[in-house]
Design a protein around this ligand. Structure first.
Ligand SMILES: [Zn+2]
Length: 115
């Protein structure tokens, strides 16, 4: 489940639990396509869409996106150093349902404009 808090001014944060299970607030900034490149010794794959997640209490910032294959990718250490072939992390697990919900919302918006 993904939790988004939106205040009365319309400012929103995404809540992601840390390793101890405590909810941490992240700012989300939508990004555009990312070309594959090397960044600080890490190979960043081509990402047709991306977002930047910034943890508000530490300032840690992660690039997260979905690759052409449909697999999610994240620049966080947990994802970067995971040994499993089907890598994931809490950021990818948070953004996957948000992305699906946004696609659903936008589809409904486009559909509604036809009437
Ligand atoms: Zn991550």
């Amino acid at each position: 489940m993904t939790v988004i808090l939106i205040d009365d001014r319309g400012a929103g944060t995404i809540q992601i639990p840390d390793a101890e299970g405590e909810e941490r607030s992240y700012d989300l900034t939508l990004g555009g396509p990312v070309m594959g490149h090397q960044e600080a010794g890490v190979r960043v794959p081509e990402l047709p869409r991306s977002v930047r997640l910034t943890r508000l209490d530490t300032g840690d910032c992660y690039l997260v996106g979905r690759q052409k294959s449909g697999a999610w990718w994240c620049s966080c250490p947990s994802f970067t150093f995971a040994k499993r072939a089907d890598k994931t992390c809490k950021h990818c697990q948070c953004l996957a349902p948000l992305s699906a919900w946004l696609r659903h919302l936008l589809r409904e918006t486009v559909h509604a404009e036809r009437f």
